[in-house]
Design a protein around this ligand. Structure first.
Ligand SMILES: [Zn+2]
Length: 118
């Protein structure tokens, strides 16, 4: 687990949590606030990952679209990620997320013989 950042100077008192102000002898803040902070960070990282995966899906779509002989008849095929409607971005995020999950599962090593026997 990542170490807490020393932040007592936010309140100016090393014996109080920098966030909630409760008594706390850890300069990184109390365990409750740290746990909340960690959950927020995980949520944010997950959001950014979904966004990145959605953009990769869209990039692949654009590469496919540019190869199509009738792309001129379908100008919306070339809409870049930034101009997509939110619901279309969400589709790409979901596709990216699903493929990531499948790929991640496929990349896991098989369980060791001793684990499989139990
Ligand atoms: Zn706190």
């Amino acid at each position: 687990m990542a170490r807490k950042k020393r932040r007592w100077w936010v309140t100016g008192n090393p014996n109080h949590c920098w966030n909630c102000g409760r008594f706390c002898d850890d300069t990184g803040g109390c365990d409750d606030c740290y746990a909340v902070e960690q959950r927020i960070a995980q949520h944010q990282a997950q959001r950014e990952k979904r966004e990145q995966l959605g953009q990769l899906v869209r990039a692949e779509w654009l590469a496919w679209a540019e190869e199509q002989p009738d792309v001129a008849d379908h100008p919306h095929w070339l809409t870049p990620w930034g101009d997509l409607a939110e619901r279309n971005k969400e589709v790409d995020r979901r596709i990216g997320e699903r493929l990531y999950t499948v790929g991640f599962a496929a990349a896991q090593p098989p369980p060791a013989a001793s684990e499989a026997a139990t």
